[in-house]
Design a protein around this ligand. Structure first.
Ligand code: SAH
Length: 349
């Protein structure tokens, strides 16, 4: 048996590996080690979630952003991005339509858009919760003050996605302009946790300058933070960013890491992301078969989807129609899973 396969077996058996061993597991990845991790990750997910897959309705409600992250297609310096902002009425209509399709979680994601003040966001949250008190609302709108997070929580936000992007300072500085600091992003994650949010962190796989050691640091950071959710997808280049000519991240390595995360954080909510679905035919299903247990179809109105372009050729899978969602349900059924109508809160850790 190869070295990585032996390490995979130990991780699968619940043994704690050293940093060096995790690195070897990544460096010497083989078909065999991948299959050992995959099978164990699926088994682990089944213990907590059975064959249930949670659905989240993703609403990309603004692509205005004051930040200038080098990898991101909606960075402020991208003059070619056609900017849009959904009105509260349109967002509420998306939630209503999503509710009728069976969604019980709405994820409001966007750039860091100054138009959306705490007041406006709180009013929106109050309105969503009033119409759909049985639904969870997840925010994914970047770094804000602790006071702001507290007010949004008070107004009804349940969860918050804020990927840490990379846990290595030098790598963080390679991906972001100097005004953005890893330390601050991590502070935000701890603030969110302390305020009682279910919190999601995560990283891109194969982002420019990333080493396999950086990924070990990411795994260690996740173990330390103990988030309720981990969002992880391959880096995919966007032509109008400084990283236009960088290679895309590997879908296979992403799948491998999904399995590792499932084994290191057995009860975490782990989406098979849009980026994975874009990078790989059947990527969402492949993600589920590597230990993921969440999918987040797009509920944004059709006319704005092509504008929320974080990277090239972004998939905008049509779950907006009953047809699209039925297709997803059928695909999941075909691999032995069931998309459920439920809030799908994080199990107690
Ligand atoms: N403004 C919010 C939401 C950002 S978009 C925030 O700061 O959290 C959500 C995620 O998309 C980012 O956290 C990043 O990890 C991912 N993303 C951005 N550009 C990407 C790219 N080119 N390839 C793959 N993922 C990307």
């Amino acid at each position: 048996m190869d070295k990585a396969a032996a390490l995979a077996r130990r991780l699968a058996a619940g043994e704690a590996l050293t940093d060096g061993e995790l690195l070897t597991l990544l460096e010497q990845r083989t078909v065999e080690s991948a299959e050992i991790l995959r099978a164990a990750a699926v088994e682990t997910a089944r213990k907590t979630f059975g064959n249930r897959v949670y659905l989240r309705g993703l609403i990309e409600f603004t692509n205005y952003c004051k930040n200038d992250c080098y990898y991101c297609g909606i960075r402020r310096s991208n003059r070619k991005a056609e900017r849009y902002r959904l009105s509260p009425e349109v967002i509420l209509a998306c939630c209503d339509a999503g509710y009728d399709l069976g969604f019980r979680t709405f994820v409001l994601q966007g750039g860091e858009d100054g138009w959306w003040t705490d007041d406006k966001l709180c009013n929106l949250l109050t309105a969503i919760k009033k119409t759909h008190p049985d639904c969870a609302v997840t925010l994914s709108i970047g770094e804000r003050s602790r006071e702001s997070y507290a007010a949004l929580k008070q107004a009804g936000a349940d969860r918050y996605l804020l990927r840490h992007e990379t846990a290595n300072d030098a790598h963080y500085a390679h991906l972001h302009p100097p005004e953005l600091r890893l330390e601050h992003r991590i502070r935000c994650l701890y603030d969110l946790k302390e305020l009682g949010y279910q919190v999601g962190a995560g990283m891109m796989v194969g982002s420019p300058g990333q080493t396999l050691s950086n990924l070990v640091e990411d795994l260690r950071f996740l173990q330390e933070l103990q988030p309720h959710m981990v969002g992880m997808g391959p880096f995919l280049r966007h032509r109008d960013t400084p990283f236009a000519n960088e290679p895309d991240g590997s879908a296979d390595l992403t799948l491998y890491l999904l399995s590792m995360v499932r084994l290191l954080l057995p009860k975490v909510l782990l989406p098979a992301t849009t980026a994975l679905g874009t990078a790989l035919e059947g990527g969402r299903e492949r993600g589920i078969l590597h230990g993921a247990n969440v999918v987040m179809p797009n509920l944004s109105p059709a006319d704005v989807r092509s504008k929320y372009l974080l990277y090239h050729d972004k998939l905008a899978t049509g779950a907006e129609s009953a047809n699209g969602l039925n297709q997803l349900r059928t695909n999941l059924q075909a691999i032995g899973y069931e998309a459920v109508v439920a809030r799908g809160d994080a199990p107690t850790l």
